[in-house]
Design a binder for this molecule. Structure first.
Ligand SMILES: Cc1cc2nc3c(=O)[nH]c(=O)nc-3n(C[C@H](O)[C@H](O)[C@H](O)COP(=O)(O)OP(=O)(O)OC[C@H]3O[C@@H](n4cnc5c(N)ncnc54)[C@H](O)[C@@H]3O)c2cc1C
Length: 301
């Protein structure tokens, strides 16, 4: 029986794609491709007599109608090297198989992440979890130099502990979350799409977004048609709540966005009359902005 493969993806196997200062993503192996999704959906063997156009239509139908199981037929195995603070976010995605480098057996290398100056910014006022406006250069440099110094001092303490015979599982406690870990990560395409929809999003932390972007680039090469459908219907699709649909109807009737929000019960101001920075009304206006910005980027495909 023929094993489905994608020559461009085969050439990627084992290639390190750098992320951050010391991290990387490697495609170790994959199973399946767009044809495997189609085959599962048709519950048949081989590609049958359907045309490529029909296959594309079927994959887009599956994605549109959330018939997700056929996407589980494609698997990716990655080797990922990442800072521990990124790993803490990453492990929240549970629908995967993960095997992490053991710092009980092995000595952790002296590699830690210091963000580039442009990534050290003010606490965001809009996204409470994120970063916002630039900081004065001296604040940025003080933070970066503190992080560098503390990390080096911690590694010194780690080495001293190891030299004195402290077990590796205990000595590692002195290392900060800027240090790197490494794991094999195996995931099917359905769950990878879910991971990417959350971690490519602007609300996700910049560092994990960089990893997600590499994973997305590789996933696309293995399954270009499924990835295009994912981009069209999930990643770049827009959900509209019942209230938001009411607001869109008001816009279609010629109301302004502020009037449409008022009619639909999507608040834009607080009780004291001040404009809201977050909330359903603000997010609806953001969706309108995204629609305006996207118009220009939508091509014929
Ligand atoms: C921007 C952002 C901010 C976040 N902030 C925080 C935070 O502050 N604190 C924090 O702890 N986490 C935070 N998270 C993690 C988040 O809550 C999810 O745990 C993470 O995104 C994984 O999503 P998931 O559970 O859908 O994925 P997976 O674990 O891959 O699960 C996929 C799906 O399987 C189902 N599933 C899996 N496990 C269970 C279960 N035990 N019970 C029911 N259904 C299950 C669910 O339908 C789930 O959507 C954040 C995530 C993002 C993207």
């Amino acid at each position: 029986m023929h094993r489905p493969s994608v020559p461009e993806a085969d050439r990627l196997i084992g290639v390190k794609h750098p992320v951050l200062s010391h991290g990387f993503v490697v495609l170790v192996d994959y199973m399946g491709n767009d044809a495997a999704i189609v085959q599962a959906a048709r519950v048949s063997y081989g590609q049958g007599t359907k045309s490529v156009r029909d296959d594309r239509g079927l994959i887009r139908y599956l994605m549109r109608h959330r018939h997700t199981t056929p996407f589980e037929m494609v698997e990716y195995k990655f080797l990922v090297r990442l800072p521990i603070f990124v790993a803490r976010q990453w492990v929240r995605h549970r629908t995967v198989s993960l095997n992490e480098y053991s710092a009980r057996y092995s000595v952790i290398p002296d590699e830690f992440e210091v963000p580039p100056p442009e990534e050290v910014r003010h606490q965001s006022t809009r996204n409470r979890q994120g970063r916002g406006e630039p900081l004065p250069a001296e604040v940025v440099e003080a933070f970066r130099s503190d992080l560098d110094r503390i990390s080096r001092e911690s590694y010194g303490a780690y080495q001293r502990a190891l030299d004195a015979g402290v077990a590796r599982e205990t000595a590692r406690l002195v290392l900060p979350v800027a240090y790197y870990t490494q794991w094999y990560w195996k995931i099917n395409l359905h769950n990878l799409f879910h991971f990417l929809s959350l971690r490519l999003d602007a609300h996700a932390q910049e560092e994990i977004r960089l990893y997600a972007a590499e994973l997305a680039r590789i996933a696309r090469i293995v399954c270009p048609v499924a990835f295009e459908a994912f981009e069209d219907f999930q990643l770049s699709g827009l959900d509209l709540s019942r209230r938001e649909q009411r607001a869109v109807r008001a816009l279609l009737e010629g109301k302004s966005p502020a009037e449409a929000c008022e009619i639909a019960g999507l608040p834009l101001t607080r009780d004291d009359g001040k404009p809201m920075a977050t909330g359903e009304g603000v997010e609806f206006l953001e969706k309108l902005e995204r629609l305006r910005a996207r118009d220009a980027s939508v091509g014929p495909g």
